[in-house]
Design a protein around this ligand. Structure first.
Ligand code: MEV
Length: 437
């Protein structure tokens, strides 16, 4: 068993690797070389990555791909996507091409408010805390004046601050609920700094407030933090066309539309299906979020909470046929940034923004929502026609071949063979065995 280590973060990168190898990787003589093999040759690039987190040892590659032909609000985009799942970029590209000849995607930002809370314990009379809040409100706003000076200059800042009584949900629980406009920044640091300043002033002022002193019952700040649930930071994306225009070699348009709408209804009605359905949406969303250096954990948490906003976990997409027109749309809560954080640091993120023609945060929200909608369209289209495995395994073929260290010639032969045959793990293994015997 390994011994506890102290002062680990102060060790050099090489010392950390050696410690890890000696304590946990004794049966992996290749470990040190492997970690070093993934270092970037350019020491400036490597240093940049080292500094993103504590205790960086090496880099972890994911493919950076691109899905072209996305017509969004009449502008043609190529979407940079960072993802490991073989079929995701291909599926996005297919959906983009399908809708390119049918008017493309429309997207619009519905709202851009973010929010955060100061969570408070108070077991005194609710009138006292309400009166106190009203009285010190100007001081709470004044306390963040310098913090929000620049944000305000650009048209953002705190937009609302109120005291909320949640004592029916939890004994003694109040909160200061704050809403913010953070423009092109995701805003986490700005919001958290404002909340902590507000919380500090709130608690300090409370110490001298007469009603609290009389009753010896003071409000106490438990914690202050932004919320990643952002239903007031919402974007909608949509496609629509005549049902007849949905026809392809697999199915007539009206049959396809009926099955498609039904598939969405099932995902809306049944949580086991809804989770997988929404996971497919997040294949597209996360790939864009990662490529653009945004916080995918925040987006994931907020999106899934939104999918369950009425108490049941439901589909994030919706579909209908009305008067012979098929419409398919998505609404997503997305708090994204195009400035600050990793966006200005990671060279590949900057490249992703250049590929997207330097969008602002609202444009990025629209593009990401489209990526989610397109991914869901591609998945449902496969599921209600050919089934998902045909396309998925075709894309996965190269992974299986690589698993067996197939040579270039073997790969070419396999690709030709599996154009005519169904790909499965065992079929590929059998094919390689035959080639090699
Ligand atoms: C796989 O990553 C995503 C799908 O399972 C999504 C879905 O079932 O809708 C294909």
């Amino acid at each position: 068993m390994a011994n506890p280590v102290s002062g680990f973060s102060k060790k050099s990168k090489t010392e950390k690797i050696e410690w890890l190898a000696a304590n946990y990787l004794t049966d992996r003589p290749d470990a040190v070389a492997l970690l070093k093999n993934y270092w970037n040759d350019d020491s400036a690039v490597q240093r940049l990555h080292d500094d993103f987190i504590e205790n960086t040892l090496s880099n972890y590659y994911l493919p950076f791909g691109v899905a072209p032909n996305f017509l969004i609000n009449n502008t043609l985009y190529a979407l940079p996507m960072v993802i490991e799942e073989s079929s995701v970029v291909a599926a996005a590209s297919n959906a983009a091409k399908f809708w390119l000849s049918r008017g493309g995607f429309n997207a619009e930002v519905i709202a851009t408010q973010k929010n955060g809370q100061v969570h408070i314990n108070f077991f005194g009379k609710s009138d006292h805390i309400s009166a106190f809040f009203s009285e010190i409100y100007p001081k709470l706003i004044a306390t963040i004046e310098s913090l929000q000076k620049n944000m305000k200059k650009r048209g953002g800042g705190l937009t609302h601050l109120e005291l909320q009584d949640h004592t029916e949900t939890l004994d003694g629980y109040y909160q200061l609920h704050a809403t913010f406009e953070t423009l092109d920044a995701m805003g986490a640091n700005f919001i958290n700094s404002c909340l902590e300043a507000i919380a500090h002033t709130f608690e300090t002022e409370a110490k001298n407030y007469p009603s609290f002193q009389h009753t010896a019952s003071y409000p106490e700040v438990v914690l202050s933090i932004l919320s990643n649930y952002v239903p007031e930071c919402l974007v909608r994306a949509q496609v629509s066309c005549a049902v007849d225009d949905l026809s392809d070699k697999h199915m007539e348009g009206h049959v396809f539309a009926k099955k498609f709408v039904r598939a969405i209804a099932i995902a809306n009605a049944e949580k086991r299906r809804a989770v997988t359905h929404n996971k497919g949406i997040m294949n597209g969303v996360d790939a864009l979020i990662l490529a653009t250096g945004n916080d995918f954990r925040a987006v994931e948490a907020g999106v899934h909470a939104y999918a369950a906003r009425d108490g049941a976990y439901r589909s994030l997409t919706h579909a209908k046929v009305e008067d012979g027109i098929f419409t398919f749309w998505i609404e997503l809560p997305l708090a994204l940034g195009t400035v600050g954080g990793l966006t200005s640091l990671h060279p590949m993120v900057q490249l992703a923004f250049d590929i997207l023609q330097k969008p602002n945060a609202q444009r990025l929200m629209e593009i990401v929502a489209v990526a989610g909608l397109a991914q869901n369209f591609a998945a449902i289209r496969s599921l209600v026609t050919t089934g998902i495995q045909k396309g998925h395994m075709k894309m996965h073929l190269m992974n299986i071949l690589n698993q067996f260290q197939a040579t270039d010639t073997e790969k070419q032969k396999a690709i030709a063979h599996f154009k005519e045959h169904t790909v499965s793990h065992s079929a590929v293994v059998a094919f390689i065995d035959t080639l090699r015997s």
